[in-house]
Design a binder for this molecule. Structure first.
Ligand code: GLY
Length: 310
């Protein structure tokens, strides 16, 4: 079989903020490290995990080390991975105290009979897998991080609810979920995503990122998708699977992406951004938010990174 030219795409979240120079440089580094794996002949799933680990470890995005806090001050992270070769998938939700939730998701996929582990047992599993630890947020860091968002919280439904619940806490708002999709030399695809969640989150809230078919999907026969944006809308439309289904029915990546983003906006006023990669290597990046930090690379020149794609 002839080797194919690998392709990798990464994102650092869809929202309103401009991408910083440090974030752009980190996205390029994630593309370079993920692509290096693919060039060596590693499977797409390995390229995706490698790229996402760079973003999680940077502290520059709302994932891994940079994850936002929930309203009670806890840092609970979600991540998932899917392998388009055989539709295997792994995910963790509300995991705490580790630097690389994406690697915990990979261990769920490789070492268990399950797809999703959640909460304290997921954290125990990650510790068993010896995933590098992350210290809990210090009181000072928590106070500084949460102060900015408190004004927003006072007006939110989550805040009002939380005040009526025992042990009320505070919050921080952010998006900047990270993710990646890739195609390897053998033509296999994979998708992954990792997040600290959304702003104004009640403790225990889980978004689209660890939900296969909502936040990510990959199928060698149809394509791969990684989502970012407001999880509550993405879940209700099962956006990642819907995009892949449209590609399987013959739509180009761009057509499938635009149709589903329009449906999300028209039907439920949802906002999102997506990386979409077809089995033939064609791809699309799109968003309904003002900006989306993302990039792509096929191994020529330098990795391309921007914060607007239309
Ligand atoms: N898309 C990330 C989240 O809503 O949690």
């Amino acid at each position: 079989m002839n080797a194919r030219t690998p392709v990798i795409l990464v994102h650092g979240g869809a929202g309103v903020g401009m991408m910083t120079a440090a974030q752009a440089s980190c996205l390029r580094e994630a593309l370079a490290q993920g692509y290096a794996e693919l060039r060596r002949g590693a499977p797409a799933i390995r390229g995706v995990e490698t790229a996402i680990r760079v973003l999680e470890g940077s502290g520059l995005f709302n994932a891994g080390v940079g994850s936002v806090l929930q309203l009670d001050g806890g840092r609970r992270m979600d991540a998932s991975l899917m392998d388009g070769r055989d539709l295997r998938a792994g995910a963790v939700a509300a995991v705490e105290g580790i630097r690389y939730p994406i690697t915990a998701a990979r261990h769920v996929m490789d070492e268990t009979d399950h797809v999703l582990l959640a909460g304290k047992p997921a954290t125990r599993f990650a510790r068993y897998c010896r995933i590098e630890r992350q210290a809990p947020p210090t009181a000072a860091a928590r106070k500084a991080a949460l102060a900015d968002a408190r004004t927003l919280a006072f007006a939110s439904k989550s805040w009002s609810l939380l005040q009526k619940m025992p042990r009320a806490g505070r919050l921080q708002a952010a998006c900047e979920t990270v993710g990646a999709v890739a195609l390897d030399q053998a033509g296999n695809s994979a998708a992954g995503a990792s997040t600290g969640g959304a702003g104004l989150m009640l403790p225990g809230r889980v978004g689209d990122t660890p939900q296969i078919g909502s936040g990510v999907y990959a199928d060698n026969e149809a394509g791969a998708v990684s989502m970012t944006g407001r999880g509550e809308g993405i879940i209700r439309v099962a956006v990642a699977k819907e995009i892949v289904d449209r590609m399987e029915a013959g739509a180009t990546p761009n057509r499938a992406l635009q149709c589903v983003l329009r449906k999300l906006a028209d039907r439920i006023h949802g906002t999102a951004g997506a990386l979409v990669l077809a089995p033939n290597g064609r791809f699309a990046i799109g968003h309904t938010t003002p900006r989306m930090a993302a990039g792509h690379w096929t191994g020529n020149g330098r990795p391309i990174v921007a914060d607007r794609f239309r």
